[in-house]
Design a protein around this ligand. Sequence first.
Ligand code: 4AD
Length: 549
Amino acid sequence: MSTVYVNEKSGKDAADATGSEQSPFASPAYALYTNPDAKVLIYKQVEEGEDSKFEYVEISASALKKAKKGAEGLKKKAEKQAKMKEETQNLPKVEALDLNSIEEDKSLPEAKKIKLGKILENVDSRVLVQGWIHRLRVQKGLAFITLRDGTGFLQCVLTGDLAKARQTQELTIESTVAIKGVISKLPEGKTAPGGVELKADYYKILGLAPGGEDAFTNKIQEGADPSLLLDQRHLTLRGESLSAVMKVRAAFLKSIRRVYVEEGLLEVTPPCMVQTQVEGGSTLFKMDYYGEEAFLTQSSQLYLETCLPALGDVYCVQESFRAEKSHTRRHLSEYTHIEAELGFLSFDDLLKHIETVIVKTVQYVLEDPVAGKLIEQLNPGFKAPQLPFKRMQYIDALDWLNERGILNDEGKPFSFGDDIAEAQERKMVDTINEPILLTRFPVEIKSFYMQKCKDDPRVTESVDVLMPNVGEITGGSMRSYEYEDLLAGFKREKIDPAPYYWFLDQRRYGTCEHGGYGLGTERILAWLCDRFTVRDCSLYPRFTGRCKP
Ligand code: 4AD
């Protein structure tokens, strides 16, 4: 068996690399593509710290599996390219008709400029549409373009000279074009987006996208390695699924804001650069702030609490940052955190508020003419949750898990004080298969600010909302509203209370029973849109090792 060397930093995935130690490849996928049966050695850090050491080590089984998949993708790409080349070589010589020589017929009615979201309101009218070529079929004397502009899709048909022109024959996917023509309903039996098509009488190419090696379809391939697709996120976003999720996301944000208005909450915008923590020091991103230590916010909760006396019940839609070391399907380093804080309410009121916000928001998203349809496509059979949600106490969840022989992370039956980790939580909520309000977590596994239960000071007035297929989408609680209790919380978690004077003042200058919660936008979207990971619900996801593009 031959051996090939891979060095991600200094290697090259090109024909002039040999895969030897002196001339390594850059990716294991390319190495296997050129040498399918070879043993792959990767240049890796084998010792960390001051004595950091790099050497070539054999590829791990999981990386090998991934590389084989990648190699398969490269092979398919090469075959496709060869086929395309052959087809272009065999193409009959096209007439050298120049598109620029074709003039617009000035006797036609003026074309009205529209976005594709408005095509159904403009049937039988002459319009000007502009967008990107999403799909393309060029035949002799006829060309079909599926145009995309972000608001919709439209099938456009070019005939006659427009189709014969040299530039049309050489057109590529993702080029931008401006097309004029009349939109008409399709006859029975024919299908196209919206059941209409545009018969072009004039068109111009605005920006020709590359063909050949650099063609869009060579850059973005279904089933390609996720990390390669993330490198091309700016192009992947143009795909139907990802753009659909982003549209649902917009509808979700619009809907939840509408619900907050109906529920009487005011939107505020707390700072992202802070000098206090909320959810534990281990996930803080530190930064240098003009020579002082500062952090990127983990949660706007403490700031929202300070708004209650000034503005009443409040909410925010703000990025939160977590230096999560774990590579899970539901953790991001930056996520859109929707947080709310409400005053003069009981724990029970808080639970009712949370479930109402979720149910109403989902209802509004489903009623949205665009997002509703997209959810049907992305998550067929999705059923909107109903009020009230199932309530379950932490202690009963432990019994539920123990009765089914589901063990904790140490492989033992659960006992009071154990964290219910992601996998076990998922098993429970997936089996129960409905939203759960999991309440009353022990003091020691929750944050410093949580109010203890009056009937059992070992547990807190806390809640996690769990959804099937995702697990926790929301975490909230009542807040210690007595000054001394809050101070004890700081002491318990070994946090210096001094930088929190402004937060502690809330308990001095008129305290009240209050509570709130944070909802992870990407998590609720993963549930709504049935995505495997929250990474598919963020425009440009950030997680360990990824802060680009
Ligand atoms: O449970 P968490 O950490 O709670 C808080 O931050 C509270 N201070 C919020 C509050 O009461 N105002 O986070 C709340 C929610 C989680 O339920 C989850 O949906 C989401 O934020 N979340 C994350 N989403 C993606 N990536 C991460 N790393 C996340 N960490 C939390």
